[in-house]
Design a protein around this ligand. Structure first.
Ligand code: ATP
Length: 705
């Protein structure tokens, strides 16, 4: 019936134009809208500009559009905006595409690791800071960009800090290229970058450097809670502008006394808001997947005890290890009559706008990386947030209307918090960064112009590690081919090395599974009240050789299960029975799915690199030898009283109770993770022979003896 179709069509058209009108109004009402002209002028006048403005004032979504309209994308140039997290890059790009009335992937797009939505038409490009660093490996002058905006610079991720140094030299090189100056100076080495293919007489292709003139690069550094002075000093007195005003007020509440159990306090606050406050969704900040899943369970257990009319509470988790389609569920509106409770890690702390959020619950803690260069050990510890993080968290409310933020600690505790978070570069293992800097041509890492220098001890320790892993030569150059191959893989150097070695040991298939599973949170799930059942379920996968082979067994069993069922039933039914299978076996289906995703992505990389994708079949001895050759820096030997001594650091450690080797306690093991609670535990272990270490890693064990 054509009339019905027409009716539907015009209905949709009306809805569409109502939404467009609303967006136009929203944009006009943002505090930043009134200073558009001034901001554009400032960008024209200054090569580096620092912009500080309240959360929600419109920095991330509006400034790129202002610059586009002002002509900064003429001649096909691109405005690049970096975000510390992929979820922000993706969701903000979607929003801006909608505001511009274009399809995502055309004028506006995003690019994050393993997911590039850009096209030749893209002019406003949101991306992670790590991705821009990788782009610089291929195009060191970042030649297609007219402006780069480093957003949320207060987070001081290790990538942001390295980007600062890189962008500073790119900017200098591009300005001097206009005046006929030199190449890119990243320390000692001048890099001539534009490479032209040219046939030499032998007919083979060689690369010929060619000097090119570039338009100057504009650099903008933005945040709501930034120490503008430090950035300004770093960029030779760069100008800082402050945008006044916030769109909607957010009331802040504190507890009277310190809470002894913040998970319990969060749970109580969620239900108090749900029962006593008006409509609006709730966003709760927790420290990790485990906490999120336990609060999710507790809410779902408690809900049926409420009167029927109060049961409409929809719990949605969001954390980095969640597959992206599931992360995106938090951005969809709640079903009619329901209130959303979003349980998030700090992944939702900056930049994102989650529609519907009116209430924020902030227990005041975050999981942060910590590194001890003396021992060469990195661990994750739960620490209080900084003031700047607290401000960002409260800023997630009050974006669509007035909001409330409940900080689950007393006000006097807030005053005691650090102003800003310690830069990550000062508290992490630097091997990955150094590998990337080396690949960019930086020779003198100690002399690199960091905005804040990591400690000399940390740099030296990481250089030493890279040398031991075979990525650097005696002259501290990137080794060929291993160092170059390692720099290409988007993984921790120790995992990249493991994959390269595995192709020589003929067990790359097994190592790919291992690396994928080690990159996600534990795939085993053992609720406190069902510990025994969980242990029994795990027995059918467990290997007496250790956790790595156990992990491979689970992965393969789940693959076999899926393969068989997918032939017998529809995708939806298959998904259902798969979830049931995971539940019965006490396996976290989310983590396993994430691992499968990662596996697919890394497999593509290693195939492109031409590594030998073979399996050792049942010869797990070969695989264990490869583990020893790869993770020799994390080896430990049993002590007479049953504890272990980590060989590299001399620390006394214990086997984590979740390990299949917890009771067995072999003489010598390699491990992947050190967890620090009341004791120091090692997790993910495999039994190895001590003699293998001296045989397979003589560069280290010969030095030790
Ligand atoms: N996906 C979205 N849905 C609805 N409104 C949105 C969305 N994204 C942004 N907005 C609106 O645009 C406003 C400005 O967002 P924007 O991210 O540009 O602010 P910001 O100044 O960069 O904030 P922050 O410092 O917190 O990143 C928000 O307060 C909100 O009102």
């Amino acid at each position: 019936m054509p009339s019905v179709h027409q009716g539907n069509f015009s209905n949709r058209q009306t809805q569409f134009s109502v939404r467009r009108q609303k967006i136009i109004q929203q944009r006009k009402s943002l505090p930043i809208a009134s200073v558009e002209k001034r901001l554009v002028e400032e960008v024209r006048k200054n090569d580096v500009l620092i912009i500080v403005g309240e959360t929600g004032s419109g920095k991330t979504t509006q400034i790129p559009q202002f610059l586009f309209d002002a002509g900064f994308c003429r001649d096909g140039r691109v405005i690049g905006i970096t975000q510390p997290r992929r979820v922000a890059a993706v969701t903000v790009a979607k929003r801006v595409a909608e505001e511009c009335g274009v399809e995502l992937g055309q004028k506006v797009a995003y690019s994050v690791r393993f997911d590039d939505a850009t096209s030749g038409l893209t002019r406003i490009k949101y991306m992670t800071d790590g991705l821009l660093l990788r782009e610089a490996l291929l195009d060191p002058y970042l030649s297609k960009y007219s402006v780069i905006i480093v957003d949320e610079a207060h987070e001081r991720t290790v990538h942001t800090d390295v980007l600062m140094g890189l962008l500073k030299s790119v900017q200098l090189a591009r300005s001097s290229s206009v005046s006929g100056g030199q190449g890119l100076n990243l320390g000692n080495k001048n890099v001539n970058v534009t490479l032209e293919k040219e046939n030499d007489q032998s007919g083979s292709v060689r690369k010929k450097p060619r000097h090119e003139k570039f338009a100057p690069l504009k650099l903008i550094i933005m945040s709501a809670s930034l120490d503008a002075r430090a950035f300004s000093e770093y960029f030779a007195g760069a100008k800082a502008v402050h945008i006044q005003g916030r769109q909607f007020p957010v009331d802040i509440f504190y507890t009277l006394h310190a809470e002894t159990d913040y998970l319990d306090a969060s749970l109580i606050t969620i239900f108090q808001i749900h029962l006593d406050e008006g409509p609006g969704d709730i966003l709760v900040f927790l420290t990790g997947q485990e906490e999120i899943e336990s609060v999710e369970r507790l809410i779902n257990e408690k809900l049926p005890q409420l009167p029927q009319e109060n049961q409409k509470l929809l719990v949605l988790p969001i954390f980095a290890a969640l597959p992206s389609e599931q992360q995106m569920r938090v951005f969809a509106p709640a079903p009619s009559g329901f209130r959303k409770v979003i349980l998030a890690t700090n992944i939702a702390e900056t930049s994102v706008t989650i529609p519907g959020i009116k209430y924020v619950i902030d227990p005041g803690f975050v999981k942060a990386r910590s590194y001890d260069p003396g021992k060469g050990m990195e661990s994750l510890i739960i620490v209080p947030t900084s003031k700047s993080q607290a401000l960002q968290r409260s800023g997630r409310a009050g974006r669509e209307g007035p909001g409330k933020c409940f900080r689950l600690y007393p006000e006097k505790e807030f005053e005691k918090l650090e102003d800003s978070t310690m830069p990550e570069i000062k508290r992490c293992n630097l091997s990955n960064v150094i590998l990337q800097l080396k690949a960019l041509g930086v020779e003198d890492i100690l002399g690199f112009d960091f905005i804040e220098k990591p400690s000399r001890a940390a740099i030296i320790k990481s250089l030493e590690q890279l040398f031991l892993l075979g990525a650097l030569t005696d002259e501290c150059q990137l080794s060929d081919p291993v160092g170059h191959q390692m720099a290409r893989l988007p993984l921790d150097p120790i995992y990249s090395r493991a994959l390269i070695l595995a192709s020589q040991f003929n067990c790359l298939e097994e190592m790919l599974i291992t690396v994928a599973l080690l990159s996600v949170e534990s795939i085993f799930y053992s609720p406190r009240d069902k510990l025994e059942e969980a242990r029994t379920a795990m027995k059918c996968f467990s290997s007496s050789e250790g956790d790595h082979i156990t992990l491979i067994n689970v992965y393969r069993a789940s693959n076999d299960f899926l393969e068989k069922r997918s032939m017998e039933m529809s995708t939806t039914k298959c998904e259902k029975v798969y979830k049931k299978w995971c539940k019965e076996n006490f396996i976290n289906s989310r983590s396993l799915r994430h691992a499968r995703d990662i596996h697919k992505q890394i497999q593509e990389h290693v195939q492109q690199m031409g590594l030998n994708l073979s399996s050792c079949g049942d010869d797990m001895l070969q695989f264990r030898r490869c583990l020893a050759a790869s993770f020799f820096l994390n080896a430990a030997v049993k002590q007479p009283e049953g504890t272990y001594r980590a060989l590299a650091s001399g620390q006394v450690v214990q086997v984590h109770p979740s390990s299949v080797l917890f009771r067995k306690k072999p003489d010598c093991v390699i491990f992947n993770e050190l967890v620090q609670t009341n004791h120091k535990y090692v997790r993910n272990l495999t039994r190895v022979d001590y003699l293998w270490l001296t045989e397979l890693a003589p560069q280290y064990y010969a030095m030790q003896s």
